[in-house]
Design a protein around this ligand. Structure first.
Ligand SMILES: Nc1ncnc2c1ncn2[C@@H]1O[C@H](COP(=O)(O)OP(=O)(O)OP(=O)(O)O)[C@@H](O)[C@H]1O
Ligand SMILES: [Mg+2]
Length: 274
């Protein structure tokens, strides 16, 4: 017999907060003056949660992700990972970029092994074992020796995913990783990703333009408005997993988010024109 689910709030254990983004603002200085790119923006991400950031082009999504990764610095506010102030990139937070950013001069295995240089405690044999484990996880065990230019776009993104997962970061930061892929390949990856996120208990911040992708992968979706980028609205996605991208309820949820996105984008345009 299976244990009944605890119903009393006192018995529900909330996962700890993994990331804290607290009052972050970012300005860029350009030749034409200053660009108010971000903020103030504040949100938390719980351990094991998948948080999606959605919003119009230029609203600061990549900037936000770069600040969490420690690749950019906020002008004001702070980011905490496991309670520690983020000041630089770290092996606990791996970034996966829109372009796969693999090394064309290395074969598939070499690319995944490269990510493991961040783990100096592993010896060569252990690194090989780990790299092979993750290549198998993304279904590329037969392509170890293949060079990047011989792979399809979807396979390259799988290699990039294996490389990001191999050092076993607790946090994955993904910046439109599938934007360049065809719909069919993307659909396949959504299923794989949901499985990997759950099995490996990752905390994920996932940036996308694709609202349906956000509704499929996210536990929560933050809708950003632009100039400067701020959180406009938050959507909690309570649909059961694994989620299928063409599921009716998922499509309805995505429509709600798209509607919110369109109505405030139109408002902004109307305001700008007035
Ligand atoms: N290094 C930089 N120097 C100057 N301005 C920048 C720099 N990086 C970003 N910006 C500006 O900051 C704002 C936010 O940019 P960002 O790349 O974060 O947007 P985004 O939401 O990721 O857009 P997209 O959806 O098109 O990728 C934009 O106005 C952009 O022009
Ligand atoms: Mg971007």
């Amino acid at each position: 017999m299976t244990e009944p689910e605890p119903k009393m709030p006192e018995l529900i254990v909330e996962p700890p907060v993994k990331l804290v983004v607290d009052g972050v603002t970012k300005r860029f200085r350009t030749e034409d003056g200053e660009v108010e790119a971000l903020g103030p923006v504040s949100f938390n991400v719980k351990e094991g949660e998948v948080l999606c950031l959605v919003g119009p082009s230029g609203c600061g999504k990549s900037t936000m992700l770069n600040i969490i990764a420690g690749l950019e610095h906020a002008n004001t506010g702070k980011v905490l990972a496991d309670g520690n102030l983020v000041t630089a990139p770290g092996p606990d937070r791996m970034m996966m970029f829109q372009e796969h950013a693999l090394f064309p001069w290395l074969p598939v295995l070499g690319n995944v092994l490269f990510g493991l240089k961040l783990k100096p405690k592993l010896n060569a044999k252990e690194r090989l074992e780990v790299a092979q484990f993750y290549l198998k996880l993304v279904g590329l065990e037969k392509f170890e020796k293949t060079y990047v230019h011989e792979l399809s776009g979807g396979m390259r993104q799988r290699v990039a995913l294996a490389r990001a997962l191999a050092p076993n970061p607790r946090v994955l930061l993904m910046d439109e990783p599938f934007a360049a892929l065809d719909a069919l390949t993307r659909e396949q990856l959504y299923g794989d990703l949901q499985q990997i996120f759950e099995q490996r208990r990752k905390t994920v911040v996932f940036v996308t333009h694709n609202v349906r992708e956000a509704a499929c992968l996210g536990d929560r979706v933050l809708l950003f408005s632009s100039q400067p980028g701020r959180i406009h609205e938050e959507f909690k996605i309570d649909l059961p997993r694994p989620r299928e991208i063409n599921n009716t309820r998922l499509t309805e949820t995505a429509s709600r988010i798209t509607h919110a996105l369109k109505s405030y984008t139109n408002l902004t345009k109307a305001g700008g024109a007035a």
